[in-house]
Ligand binder design. Structure first.
Ligand code: SF4
Ligand code: SF4
Length: 680
């Protein structure tokens, strides 16, 4: 089919005065395959969109280029208009001539706008139509952990009509939820366990554990061990609610029978008549070895109040910083103070010693008074430090989901929203992912339930088929892509296809890499790293990137921008009225891990003066290792340039945070100055 390109220009209410739109209109009409060039002053509004739809229909347009504001603002609106006109929404490419052209330069930028439109035309010409299909997903959900967050998750998931299976290591449900008296006293936990057991939609497997997880979102194959037997079950998604462990650090003091944990104290408080002698003075200590958790603070405040109500003892709370940022905790703190509980703030860790008369002596320097305080108490309640649950490390490495620096589930990555993991369909709720109070845990549960409903309730999910595809005839089964995929979306499968391979044939079939459409997050890291160039990313293919570069004039500085981080920063430069040199040309990539050596070399072959690869800050890449891969590739490109007698610094990686418009401008200007100096 002939490619008919429609180019739609927008002068944003005639505000882009440094672009001569009539000139652009005339010259763009001469581009190969251009069958229509329209000019609007408000393309994104109803009238502009209607005009565009009728031009697409009337001129037989099958590829669209829009030269207007940033795609981050109106791309969705324009894609919908394409669908209305009967085109696939992927048949669009945008030239950001407002934020990244008109707004960042004070001089006439008609030629730059024209070049940016030519880049978009070259890209859109090579767009392949995306095939969308519905794939089946099972509505079964595995919930691992039968504590409060696990039980609540199972109940919520069941309420939404999905079928949860709750797997708990212990013989009974309930976990260690009685750690706080409010809002979850023993009877609440008991009734929740009863509700789970009585819910016919929930299957409860106690004294069971997860041994192995294979497969992907929509159909995870899980091996479960129970009663000495192992069996497989299939689940559409997995919710981990494995909680945390707590233990008293023995490094801080010598343990005696009247130094107990919060947890032990709650148990005692539930049956106060069992106290052999009413303790006259009770002290709580927080922040002993490091910062206390929100749960510990909530627990201390609740327990101090309970002591006043049930025992009437004198109560002292030694702490460094009370965490009162959870819902209702500030009010609770005031109530506790009003009931006569005394708070002693310290900076240096207090000394704790057992006395011969059976009491415990605490010595601390009160921060506000600056005085030494010595207290003799009958009972000292200390905080048990939370730590990741038993087996968290081995489970996370088996699942390939990553942990934070303390070993709790979920990476410390700003792009990972709470409860999500780096793998689609695997979620973490509650204290297994760190310091969470009950309110936050409840929010986690609602968040997961909502996501599961969207993902699994229909029994089918619409996916873009083979958007990222490993070509069986080219794949050498070297496993590189499987090792680097940050979202574990690639498997080795047996294929009937022919072709050379280093790996042996098994039963007449050869092994090749296969990408799971639903699990793939479309970062493009595998595409750039595959040594056999077997992986095609039709969302942004090598041919498209090379064609964009081909459209540029000489002396340009090409900036590959990560769509998630650096591209919005590039937009903000214009919004803030900051400027950068006119030779800058931005190419948007889903992640800088998509930038390949061939793209960098092509840029120099085409006469580029410099190349910048701009992505997220170190450790903040949404695809975890994208910016590390980019760094490796740029280093390799620098070595090659040096060997060719060129300036190795004319290609560089730049890490940007969301508010670093100044850095974008600075780095772009520095590269321009450098290349100008090189010419002299
Ligand atoms: S990296 Fe390329 S050649 Fe190696 S397994 Fe993956 S697709 Fe095949
Ligand atoms: S595009 Fe990214 S997420 Fe998808 S298979 Fe390749 S490396 Fe994995």
């Amino acid at each position: 089919m002939r490619t008919n390109i429609g180019i739609f220009l927008c002068d944003c209410g005639e505000s882009l005065e440094n672009i001569d739109f009539e000139m652009v209109r005339k010259k763009a009409g001469e581009f190969q395959n251009a069958v229509h060039v329209g000019l609007s002053s408000a393309l994104c509004l109803e009238e502009g969109l209607e005009e565009m739809v009728s031009a697409i229909r009337g001129k037989g347009v099958n590829r669209v280029v829009i030269a207007a504001c940033s795609p981050l603002l109106k791309e969705t609106v324009f894609r919908k208009a394409l669908e209305k006109a009967g085109l696939d929404s992927s048949s669009l490419s945008m030239a950001n001539i407002r934020e990244q052209c008109s707004w960042v330069h004070q001089t006439d930028v008609t030629e730059k706008a024209l070049e940016m439109i030519r880049m978009a035309v070259n890209r859109v010409r090579l767009i392949k139509e995306i095939v969308r299909e519905e794939v089946e997903v099972t509505r079964e959900v595995l919930v691992v952990g039968g504590g409060l967050s696990g039980m609540k998750s199972a109940l919520e998931i069941s309420r939404l009509g999905l079928r949860p299976t709750l797997v708990e290591r212990e013989p009974t449900l309930g976990g260690e939820g009685f750690y706080v008296l409010k809002p979850f006293p023993g009877e609440v936990i008991g009734s929740m366990a009863k509700a789970v057991e009585e819910d016919e939609n929930i299957e409860v497997l106690t004294e069971a554990s997860v041994v192995k997880v294979d497969g992907d979102v929509g159909s995870f194959s899980v091996r479960i061990r129970r009663g000495g037997k192992e069996f497989y079950r299939t689940f559409g998604a997995i919710v981990f609610a494995t909680g945390q462990m707590t233990e008293i650090s023995s490094a801080d003091f010598k343990q005696t029978s009247n130094i107990i944990s919060q947890q032990g104290f709650v148990k005692m408080l539930q049956v106060p008549e069992k106290f052999s002698k009413r303790p006259e003075v009770i002290a709580f200590v927080l922040d002993l070895s490091g910062e206390s958790s929100r749960l510990s603070t909530l627990s201390v405040l609740n327990n101090a109040l309970a002591v006043k109500e049930k025992l009437g003892s004198e109560v002292y709370v030694f702490c460094k910083n009370l965490k009162v940022d959870s819902e209702g905790v500030e009010t609770l703190y005031r109530e506790v103070r009003n009931r006569g509980v005394v708070f002693v703030k310290f900076e240096e860790t207090p000394k704790i010693e057992s006395c011969e008369d059976g009491r415990v002596r605490i010595e601390a320097r009160e921060l506000l008074l600056g005085d030494e305080v010595t207290l003799f108490c009958d009972l000292l309640v200390v905080e048990a430090k939370p730590s990741p649950s038993k087996g968290a490390e081995s489970l996370s490495s088996m699942l390939k989901v990553g942990t934070d620096s303390q070993g709790f589930y979920q990476d410390e990555n700003v792009h990972l929203y709470p409860v999500f993991s780096r793998r689609k369909g695997m979620f973490f709720v509650g204290s297994c992912r760190g310091d969470l109070d009950p309110t936050r845990t409840w929010m986690d549960v609602s968040n997961v339930a909502m996501n599961l409903y969207e993902l699994l309730s229909g029994g089918k999910v619409r996916v873009e088929v083979d958007k990222v595809k490993a070509e069986p005839d080219k794949c050498q089964a070297c496993l590189t892509c499987i090792r680097v995929c940050p979202h574990s979306a690639i498997r080795l499968v047996r294929s009937e296809r022919s072709g050379e391979t280093k790996r042996p044939f098994i039963n007449g079939k050869r092994e090749v890499a296969q990408i799971h459409d639903l699990a793939c997050e479309e970062c493009g890291i595998c595409t750039s790293i595959c040594p056999a160039k077997a992986i095609e990313f039709s969302g942004i293919s090598d041919e498209q990137i090379l064609a964009e570069i081909e459209a540029m004039g000489e002396g340009r500085i090409i900036v590959f921008c990560c769509a998630e981080s650096a591209y919005p920063v590039a937009d903000s430069v214009g919004k803030l009225g900051v400027h950068y040199p006119p030779q800058i040309r931005v190419i948007s990539v889903p992640c800088v891990g998509r930038v390949d050596l061939i793209h960098i070399l092509k840029a120099f072959e085409k006469g580029a003066a410099g190349v910048l690869v701009m992505g997220c800050q170190e450790g903040a890449c949404q695809h975890l290792e994208g910016n590390t891969r980019a760094k490796e590739r740029v280093k390799y490109a620098q070595d090659l340039l040096e060997e060719m007698g060129m300036d190795r610094e004319s290609v560089k990686v730049v890490n940007l945070g969301p508010n670093m418009a100044w850095k974008f401008s600075e780095e772009a200007s520095r590269m321009a100055e450098r290349t100008e100096e090189g010419k002299r």
